[in-house]
Design a protein around this ligand. Structure first.
Ligand SMILES: Nc1nc2c(c(=O)[nH]1)N[C@H]1C(S)=C(S)[C@@H](COP(=O)(O)OP(=O)(O)OC[C@H]3O[C@@H](n4cnc5c(=O)[nH]c(N)nc54)[C@H](O)[C@@H]3O)O[C@H]1N2
Ligand SMILES: Nc1nc2c(c(=O)[nH]1)N[C@H]1C(S)=C(S)[C@@H](COP(=O)(O)OP(=O)(O)OC[C@H]3O[C@@H](n4cnc5c(=O)[nH]c(N)nc54)[C@H](O)[C@@H]3O)O[C@H]1N2
Ligand SMILES: [Mo]
Length: 780
C-alpha cells in the first residue's frame, strides 16, 4: 500500500486476517528479534507478563493464549530492537527533536541511559544514576513546601512500584498525585462510590458467561479492548443480546471474526455482535438512560394497574436501596420531546432499548470514554446505575456494573493509594504501619497540577510514565505551564514529547518494561497488577532488558526515596526492592483485602479482590444502594457568537493504530483510514451544507467563553455514519482544542468527548502565519 492518505469504508469484520496481518507488519517494522515474536506467546500466561495493552481481564489467565492484535502491538513496541542512547541525544538537540512528530519520536526505540538536559548545549547528556537521584533530591529538599512538587502516574505502573511511590511521596509530604485516571474513569469512581459504595465494577468474567443482555455505552472494544470482543462474541453465540450505544458506527461493535478461531478464519466467517445499534447524538447518553428508565416505570405502572406482576424488583428496591420516590418523581417530570432532542433518538427507539432491558433476566452495563469525558459524566453514570437498580441487576450472577478501564494497571494504582484525595482511614493506616504523619490536605489532580505549574505554585514535575504534555487538554497552556517548572523528571521506556517540553532542569530516567526480566539482589522479580474486574495477578518479564543501565520502577522509587529522605525515613527502601515479596508484605499490612498477598498472588491466575457492592453490601453514606435523582441540566455558559457558522460537537477518538499518545501507525483500519491522522469524520449532509467536499481540508476552532482562540489546522473531511451536528477526530491531535476549565462536574475529567467547534476551509497561508501558536505535536 502507498503512503498517500486514503479514506474509504471498511467492509470486513473486526479481527480476522486483517488483525494477523497487522501484527506481522508491526513485528517487522519494529525489528523485533525472532525471539521477540515468541515474547507474544508469554502474554497473559501464568509464567509470563501481563499484557501492557489494556485492563480487560484474561480468561483463566492460565489456559489458552489470548490473541489480541493491539496487545501484540504494545508488546512489539516494547520489545523493539531499536535504541535511543546517549549518541542519539548527542546527534539531536532538544530543539531539533521538538520539530519531529510524536510518531517519529516514539518510533526511535527504547531509552537506554539516564539523561540530563544541559542548557549550555541544548542537548540531553548521559548522567550517572546516583547523580540523577542526588539532583532530584536536592531540588525537592530545597522547595519551600513539599506541595510545590507534583507526582504524576500513568496506568502501567505496577502495584509494587505504585505502593512504594505513594509511600515515598507521602513521607516527603504531599498528596499531589495527578494520574491518568483523572482524565479517564474518574467520573466512574466518583459516581459509583457515592451510589453503591465502591468505585469499581461489580462483575467478573463469570458474569459475562451468564448475562443475557450486555449494554455497551461509549466504548469501542474492537480497537481498545479487543479481548472483550471475544467475550461479547461468546455471549452472542449463546443467545445473549448486545446493545451498542454510540454516535459512530464502529466496525468492531458490528462484526467480529475471532483470530483465535481457526475455523471461522478459514471460512472468512464473522459474528454479528450488536443486536441493536443506537446511534445517539454525542452526549445523548443521559437522555437515553433517562428515557429507558421512563419506559420501565411507565410499563411497570401499566402492569400493576392491570393487576399483573410488577416489572420492578420491589423486594430489592425496598431492602437494598433508598431515594426511589424522589428519583421516580424526577424522571416522571422529564418530557419525551426533551429526551428526543438531547439524545437524537426518537421516543420509540429509546423505548425499544427500554423494552430489551425489560426482557433481560441478567443484564450488564459497560461503558468507556464516550460516557466519562463529558460535563455531566457523573450524572450519566448514575443514571445508568439507576436503570440497573430498578430490576436488581447489581450483585447477582450474570448482572452488574462494568466500567471498562483503560491502562493495564490503572485500577491497581488507585487501589495502592495513587489518589490526590486519600481517605483519612487509609492515611491513618499508613501512619500506624510506617510510623510517620502523612499529609492530610488534598493534593492536585491533573487540571490542578497544570494550574499550579502555570501559576508558579508547582515547581517540580515528576512523571511515573505517561506523556503528560500530550495527553492533557489545552496543549498550548499546558505546555507553557510545564516549561515554567524548575525541574521536570520522566521515568519512561520511550522518548516522547513530554521529555522535550521540559523545565529549567530536566531528567529522563529509563526503566524496565513489563516484558523484561527484572533482576534484583533476591533474583528475578515479578510485579502484580489488578485488571478491570479486580483480579490481581503476577507479571514477570522474559526478555533481556533493553539496556544494562535500566532500573525497575520500584528500584527508581526506592533510590529516589533514599536520596531524598535519608535519615528522615526509617523505611528500609533498599531492602524492600531486593525481593518484591517484601513490598507485597507491606501492602498486605496496609490493606485488609490484600491479607496473605504473597500466598494468594503466587497461585496461577492470582485472586479476586472482592467487591462489596457485588455482595450487595453497600458502603455508602446511607448504607444502601442509592437512586440518584438528576434532572436535565441548566444551560451551559453561553458560547461566543459566531455569525453564520454552524456549531458542531466534536468528540475525540482513538484510532486502531495507537495506544493513547503512542502511535503504532497512521492507519485506522476499521474506520477505513490510511496514512492520515488529521481526519474529521462528519455526516455527508453536513459536509454538503458547509459547501465542502469529502477530502477538503478544514481548520477546527473550539468555542469557549474565555476568549482564547484554540485552533487546529488542515484536517481532512471524511464522510462517516455519524449523526448530523456531530463530528469526530483523533486524540491527541485535537487536545489543543479542549479548554482547561471544561471538565466533568465533580470529577474534573476534561470534556474531551464534547467540544463545541466550528469548521472553516483550511487556509494554508494563515496556517503558516500562525504556526508558532500551534504546539509542535499538531504541526508535525
Ligand atoms: N489499542 C488501544 N487500546 C487501548 C487504548 C488505546 O489508545 N489503544 N487506550 C486505553 C485507555 S487508557 C482507555 S481509557 C481505553 C479507552 O477505550 P474507549 O472507551 O473505547 O475509548 P475511545 O476510543 O476514546 O472512545 C470510545 C467510544 O466512544 C464513542 N463516543 C464518543 N462520544 C460519545 C458519546 O457522547 N456517547 C457515546 N455513547 N459514545 C461516544 C466513540 O465513538 C468511541 O467508539 O482503551 C484502552 N485500550
Ligand atoms: N482529547 C482526549 N484526551 C485524552 C483522552 C481522550 O480520549 N481524548 N484520553 C485520556 C485518557 S483515557 C488517558 S488514560 C490519558 C493517557 O495519558 P498517559 O497515561 O499520560 O499517556 P500514554 O500515552 O498512555 O503514555 C505513554 C508513555 O508511557 C511511557 N511508558 C510506556 N510503558 C511504560 C512503563 O512500563 N513504565 C513507564 N515508566 N513508562 C512507560 C512511554 O514513554 C510512553 O511514551 O489521556 C487522556 N487524554
Ligand atoms: Mo484511559
Amino acid at each position: 500500500m502507498s503512503d498517500r492518505p486514503e479514506i474509504k469504508p471498511y467492509k470486513g469484520p473486526a479481527g480476522g486476517w486483517g488483525a494477523l496481518r497487522s501484527v506481522a507488519v508491526n513485528l517487522l517494522r519494529q525489528d523485533v528479534p525472532v525471539k521477540g515474536g515468541l515474547t507474544l506467546l508469554h502474554t497473559n500466561q501464568p509464567d509470563g507478563f501481563d499484557c501492557p495493552g489494556c485492563a480487560w481481564p484474561d480468561r483463566e489467565h492460565a489456559s489458552t493464549f489470548e490473541f489480541c492484535e493491539n496487545g501484540a502491538k504494545a508488546v512489539a513496541f516494547e520489545a523493539t530492537s531499536r535504541r535511543v542512547g546517549p549518541e542519539f541525544f548527542a546527534k539531536h538537540s532538544v530543539e531539533e527533536l521538538a520539530r519531529y512528530s510524536d510518531y517519529w519520536l516514539e518510533d526511535q526505540g527504547r531509552l537506554t541511559h539516564p539523561m540530563r538536559y544541559n542548557p549550555a548545549t541544548g542537548h540531553y547528556e548521559a548522567v550517572a544514576w546516583d547523580e540523577a537521584f542526588a539532583c532530584i533530591a536536592s531540588k525537592l529538599n530545597g522547595l519551600a513546601s513539599p506541595d510545590e512538587a507534583i507526582f504524576y502516574t500513568s496506568g502501567r505502573t505496577s502495584n509494587e512500584a505504585a505502593f512504594l511511590y505513594q509511600l515515598f511521596v507521602r513521607q516527603f509530604g504531599t498528596n499531589n498525585f495527578p494520574d491518568c485516571s483523572n482524565m479517564c474513569h474518574e467520573p466512574s469512581g466518583v459516581g459509583l462510590i457515592e451510589q453503591i459504595g465502591v468505585g469499581k465494577g461489580t462483575v467478573t468474567l463469570h458474569d459475562f458467561e451468564q448475562a443475557d443482555l450486555i449494554m455497551v455505552f461509549g466504548q469501542n472494544p474492537g480497537t481498545n479492548h479487543p479481548r472483550m470482543l471475544g467475550e461479547l462474541r461468546r455471549a452472542v453465540q449463546r443467545g445473549a443480546r448486545v446493545l451498542a450505544f454510540n454516535p459512530l458506527r464502529e466496525r468492531g461493535l458490528e462484526r467480529f471474526a475471532d483470530p483465535q478461531d481457526a475455523l471461522e478464519m478459514l471460512h472468512n466467517g464473522s459474528e454479528r455482535i450488536a443486536s441493536e445499534y443506537y446511534q445517539l447524538r454525542i452526549g445523548g447518553d443521559f437522555a437515553v438512560a433517562a428515557g429507558m428508565i421512563k419506559h420501565v416505570l411507565e410499563r411497570d405502572a401499566e402492569e400493576r394497574a392491570a393487576g399483573r406482576a410488577p416489572l420492578l424488583d420491589d423486594a430489592f428496591i425496598a431492602e437494598h436501596t433508598d431515594g426511589f420516590a424522589a428519583f421516580r418523581a424526577e424522571v416522571e417530570a422529564l418530557r419525551w420531546h426533551e429526551l428526543e432532542t438531547l439524545s437524537g433518538l426518537s421516543e420509540s427507539r429509546i423505548r425499544d432499548a427500554g423494552k430489551r432491558y425489560l426482557h433481560a433476566e441478567r443484564a450488564i452495563v459497560c461503558w468507556g470514554m464516550g460516557i466519562t469525558q463529558h460535563k455531566r459524566a457523573v450524572a450519566t453514570i448514575q443514571m445508568l446505575v439507576n436503570l440497573m437498580l430498578l430490576r436488581g441487576h447489581v450483585g447477582r450472577p450474570g448482572a452488574g456494573i462494568c466500567p471498562v478501564r483503560g491502562h493495564s494497571n490503572v485500577q491497581g494504582d488507585r487501589t495502592m493509594g495513587i489518589y490526590e484525595q486519600p481517605a483519612p482511614a487509609f492515611l491513618d493506616r499508613l501512619r500506624d504501619v510506617f510510623g510517620f504523619e502523612p499529609p492530610r490536605a488534598h493534593g492536585v489532580d491533573v487540571i490542578g497540577a497544570i494550574e499550579a505549574m502555570r501559576d508558579g505554585r508547582g515547581k517540580v514535575f515528576f512523571a511515573m510514565g505517561g506523556n503528560f504534555a500530550v495527553a492533557t487538554p489545552d496543549s498550548a497552556a499546558t505546555q507553557a505551564a510545564l516549561r515554567q517548572c524548575e525541574l521536570t523528571v520522566h521515568v519512561a521506556t520511550k522518548l516522547n514529547r513530554s521529555h522535550l517540553v521540559h523545565g529549567q532542569d530536566a531528567l529522563i530516567l529509563p526503566c524496565l518494561g513489563r516484558t523484561e526480566i527484572d533482576l534484583q539482589a533476591g533474583g528475578p522479580q515479578s510485579v502484580s497488577v489488578e485488571d478491570s474486574m479486580s483480579m490481581v495477578h503476577l507479571s514477570g518479564g522474559i526478555n533481556a532488558p533493553a539496556s544494562k543501565d535500566l532500573l525497575s520502577e520500584p528500584a527508581i522509587v526506592a533510590r529516589l526515596a533514599q536520596a531524598t529522605l535519608g535519615k528522615r525515613s526509617d523505611t528500609p527502601w533498599t531492602w524492600l526492592v531486593e525481593d518484591y515479596d517484601r513490598i507485597r508484605d507491606q501492602i498486605a499490612r496496609v490493606f485488609e483485602e490484600f491479607a496473605d498477598f504473597n500466598a494468594r498472588v503466587h497461585v496461577p491466575g492470582g485472586f479476586h479482590l472482592g467487591n462489596s457492592a457485588g455482595r450487595r453490601e453497600w458502603r455508602t453514606a446511607t448504607g444502601k444502594a442509592r437512586f440518584m435523582a438528576h434532572g436535565i441540566a441548566a444551560e451551559d455558559d453561553p458560547l461566543p457568537e459566531v455569525p453564520e457558522q454552524r456549531v458542531f460537537t466534536l468528540t475525540t477518538l482513538r484510532s486502531h493504530d495507537q495506544y493513547n499518545t503512542t502511535l503504532y501507525g497512521l492507519n485506522d483500519r476499521y474506520r477505513g483510514v490510511h496514512n492520515e491522522r488529521k481526519v474529521v469524520f462528519a455526516n455527508a449532509a453536513d459536509i454538503a451544507e458547509l459547501g465542502l467536499n469529502a477530502g477538503d481540508r478544514v481548520d477546527i476552532e473550539s468555542l469557549h467563553h474565555d476568549g482564547v482562540r484554540r485552533i487546529v489546522r488542515g484536517f481532512v473531511l471524511a464522510g462517516y455514519d455519524i449523526p448530523r451536528g456531530c463530528i469526530g477526530a483523533y486524540y491527541p491531535e485535537t487536545n489543543p482544542l479542549v479548554p482547561l476549565d471544561s471538565y466533568a462536574e465533580r470529577a474534573r475529567t476534561p470534556t474531551s468527548k464534547a467540544i463545541p467547534v466550528v469548521l472553516r476551509m483550511h487556509d494554508p497561508a494563515q496556517a503558516q502565519a500562525q504556526a508558532r501558536d500551534i504546539p509542535a505535536a499538531v504541526v508535525g
